[in-house]
Write a protein that binds this ligand. Sequence first.
Ligand SMILES: [Zn+2]
Length: 841
Amino acid sequence: MRLITLVLGALLSTTSLAMTSTEYLPADADLDTAIPSPESQLGWEPGDWRIHHPALVQYMRTLAEKSDRVSIKVTGQTYEKRPLLQIIISSEENQSKLEALREAHLNGAQTGDLEAPLVVWLGYSVHGDEASGSNAAPIVAWYLAASQSDYVKELLKNTIIIIDPSLNPDGLDRFASWSNSNQSLIPVADRNGRIHNQDWPPGRTNHYLFDLNRDWLPLVHPESRARITEYHRWLPHVITDHHETWHDGYFFQPGAPTRQHPLTTKENLKMTRALATYHASSFDDAGVMYFTEDAYDDFYYGKGSTYPDINGSIGILFEQPRINGQLSDRASGQLSFTDAIQNQVLTSLSTLKGTFELSDEFKQYQSEFFKETQQRASKAGFAAWVIGDNNDPARALALLDIFERHQVEFHPLKDEITANGRAYTPGHAWVIPAKQRQFGLAQAMLETRTKFEDNAFYDVSAWSLPMAYNLPYARLTRLPATGGSSQPATSATPDSDAVAWVIDWRQLQAPGLLQELLEADARVRAATKPFSMGGSSFSEGSLVLLAGIQDEDKSDAVYNILQKAASEGIQIQSYNTQVTQSGPGFGTAHFKIVPRVKPLLLVGEGVRSYDAGEAWFELDQRLGVAPVMVEIARLGGVDLADYTHLILVDGKYSKIGKSLKKRITEWVKTGGVIIASHGAATWAESLCFKPEACDKKQDEKLVAKTETKPMPYADFEDQRAQRTIGGAIVSAQLDNTHPIAFGFDSEMPIFRRGTTLLQGSDNPFTTPVRYTKKPLVSGYIGAQRLAEISNQPAVIAERHDKGLVIRFANNPLFRGFWRGTERLWVNSIYFGPVVRTTELP
Ligand SMILES: [Zn+2]
């Protein structure tokens, strides 16, 4: 047995492409052997395997223990409870006064003090399956901890280097498990091999399958929240973001200059270019193919290389050609995992060298940035923004919490004002002054924009946060008086002897409370008409609990839930009668019992993992509904009668065969609710509820072929950009008498991405949401794409016998921060079952 192990071990080392850590590093590194190398701790050489997060953590902890240049801090935890690490490397002397140096640096960022330390932040593998970054991090850290060269000593004397070795630990580990468990003794370069094709879901994303490299602005997740706190604590001069890409060459920023966000300055581009010469020279020496100023943009501020640009740092995106397994066939030759790690080490070191050699310029840039921001603020032509809570203080406070995390200053409004025809009242509105240090970021979070130098977008072209939260806001030419408390009004304890308790459905926390009540077997009735009572007016959807109809043995539990919810800030009104001041009384048929829900979410191969993750997150984290996730391939074996809802997010559902489709339609007819968004909405249109009508529809699809107008070959990219909707904000009108739109105003911003159009309904009562006539609010949508949605349906909810099919043209849960449209989806869950038949005689 022992002999076999030895033989295999020998074979592995001969076929392995790995190198010792020393081989990855400059020849003059002069490494102190007392500082343990990565391989001495891992038991294998970098490049042999994909590193698991615990091993990465263990190595960094060992470095911190063995080296006086290294300190380590846990900044937070992922959903799967992995620690988020911050490794700080600087000279031994600096380590003893880090806090003072940090303060000197922050001060220097404002005053331009060139004596303050230089701060560089190296960030690796926010996409967990782009693992070369995190596998390079231990080598870079070891080099900085162990090198006795004069250069490194001088560098560390003047620089504080912050290393985030894994920005997405849960994804890194998911991928490492996949990759290592599929790795053979002999490297497989053939990209048909399993190791090159990850299973669903990929390790790119975090636990809930969110792309953390889009979350720097919305801050939905703990990884981003922990990181943004540290980012502002340190405000690095330069911050790197190491990825992998489908391109054959290694990319480093600047991106395409015409695709830089207009709020990012020309000086930023200049400094990025200055640094690029260091990467270029390093790669020229090493014979690595690379490119720059092409293909990538620098537009959406929610990305790790772009967010720093609007905050006073220089963010640098690095994209190493993608490598799965140890070896990979690529058009420009075979690529090995060690090559990939080597390249990430090289750009980490060229970043340090460039920033260090140009440190005065980077320090000046930062202080100039803040001066310029002040100047822009005073020339902005407005004095402040005001944001209202739209009857939902919790939603406004959730947004203000994001502002606070981004260090954007705001104050409670003191006296009532009117802006754009809308009143903003104290206690329900906040003022964000233009004159503040974070004016640039505030502008980036609040502005709308519809004109662009270049129409091609790598990601979304609009993200205005108050719109995503569906909160009213306006620009003000004069700064209004501010003062008072930002805390929400406390809510009164519900009266235990009340006849009825009423919960305004517009509150952010209302659905979570409803779910808790349903789980406790409470009988909850939802208003289908507005009503008023005791001086308060309630919209459709408001929840009424009549004490008299609760089961006796459940009523204490129900009351306790209400009491607890009120103590957490939810407004719950208590009344001693069922008679309303206006609108129907509580005992009428205009209040419908909300049934318990048990949704089934389809996941797995074919389903877009981001969208599935967003639905999972919504059910699990925000509603408290146990999400039953079923792979498409297993759906055939599931008894649908056990579920109330079938949730289909964007994806390909062609694997659902004819007979299963028939079972799904039968299930709908007995009361099932389908919630289908984006591509799934189109799939839902193929469900056949009336065989005679379906055959007819098929015939209509055979349209005459149109003649093709010739276009220049070179125009392809531009034409494609005009037909692509990367993500823009459009306005929609709502029929808020429809249960799916309960609790909304008559108009709201929605997010449009992709080009899904809904097949219209013959029934005039089935369209709760429709694009307005001129829908574009912010971002880019080509003229033709815009014309085709004008006045068209955005959400359709059609009854079929006892059930309902709800089609969303867009994903209402986009990236977890569209808290306005999120409610349309939530309404579909709870109020879908109460949508009634609307067949005219
Ligand atoms: Zn990436």
